[in-house]
Ligand binder design. Structure first.
Ligand code: PBG
Length: 333
């Protein structure tokens, strides 16, 4: 209303928001949101049985690491001042119960040990705590005889998996399977084993999304069916807040919304509802879209990367998981 009155002045508008946009210095002064390396987490894939990194074709620039190339990648992440790395294991052999997940010499548990030894004092080392990378059917849990994902039988395995990751030295486990009660079971298992210092980054509001497509290639998953009986439906935002509140009550130290771009409103709602840090996962399909369009010269790649990360932070996330973490840190220097 005041602006309308001002606009009627004889010499033109009195209120001119453009004044604060005139120079880079002014724009920098009034910038509301920032992206910094310290808040970025790099997800990395490590594959069993390879000696050279294998490119992931639907995620140009991202690879499945060998044990050696993983160490080079996390060393670079540490030098760039990233906040952390999220480790995903791709086992050579998968089975119905994902038994490779519990093997202390399994690919993920070894990777945790290696990475903690290499950069444990410089980065927060996180692990994806889920069975889908390890099961031959590609689901996040074990199945009942009629093929449903068995919530409570899966919880028992998650508890063992949390202990295995903690024994390997992880700082933070990331339960991502969307089983009811998973945070509580994991917290209890860790505490009973004197791993009270290991924290939980809960994938709380995780939606069944078409944008996970490239991730399936990244972890060699041959998912049968879909995840709609355990991951959330895209239309539901209140339910996302409910999941986050439940996870906080169960002991989550950080709650996460995933994917990020199609769920920026959920990030905001969760940020306003909880009193713990909120993370968001800028996922494989979000990465692939920008890379594919940029490769055709249709958008400015670097500008699109920084704008994407800024939007995810502006929506309310404190921590951002992104395949561009290292690159963004370089651009921001
Ligand atoms: C489950 C998990 C998934 C992703 C991270 N953890 C796949 C899924 O739930 O379907 C997806 C990450 C991405 O797409 O970048 N272990």
């Amino acid at each position: 209303m005041a602006e309308q009155a001002d606009a009627a002045g004889a010499t033109g508008p009195r209120v001119r928001p453009r004044r604060l946009r005139r120079t880079p210095t002014l724009r920098r002064l009034v910038q509301e949101t920032s992206v910094a390396a310290q808040h970025l987490v790099l997800p990395v894939f490590v594959r069993e049985g390879i000696t050279e990194p294998v490119p992931i074709s639907s995620m140009p620039g991202v690879v499945q690491h060998s044990r050696d190339s993983l160490l080079a990648a996390v060393t670079e992440a540490a030098e760039l001042g990233l906040g952390g790395v999220m480790l995903f294991g791709v086992p050579e052999h998968k089975d119905a119960t994902g038994s490779g997940a519990l093997d202390p010499h399994g690919v993920l548990n070894l990777a945790i040990t290696d990475v903690v030894a290499e950069v444990g004092d410089a980065l927060t080392v996180m692990s994806d705590l889920c069975l889908d990378e390890f099961t031959d059917h590609g689901h996040c849990g074990v199945l009942t005889p009629d093929g449903a994902v068995d919530n409570d039988a899966t919880l028992a395995i998650y508890a063992d998996m949390a202990r295995a990751h903690a024994d390997a030295g992880v700082d933070m486990v990331g339960p991502s399977g969307m089983m009811d009660g998973q945070v509580r079971v994991i917290r209890d298992a860790l505490d009973r084993d004197d791993h009270t210092d290991v924290s939980i980054l809960a994938y709380s509001a995780k939606y069944a999304s078409a944008f996970y497509g490239p991730f399936r290639e990244a972890v060699d998953s041959s998912l049968q069916g879909d995840r709609r009986t355990y991951q959330q439906d895209a239309p539901n935002a209140v339910e996302g807040v409910r999941e986050a509140l439940l996870d906080v009550a169960e002991g989550a130290d950080i709650v996460m919304v995933k994917p990020a771009l199609a769920y920026l409103d959920v990030i905001r709602r969760v940020r306003d509802a909880v009193d713990v840090p909120v993370a968001a996962y800028n996922i494989s399909g979000e990465y692939a879209m920008v890379e594919a369009a940029a490769a055709r010269g249709w958008i400015d790649r670097e500008a699109a990367i920084l704008e994407t990360l800024t939007a995810i932070r502006r929506a309310g996330s404190d921590v951002v998981l992104t395949y561009w973490a290292a690159e963004a840190a370089r651009l921001l220097r």
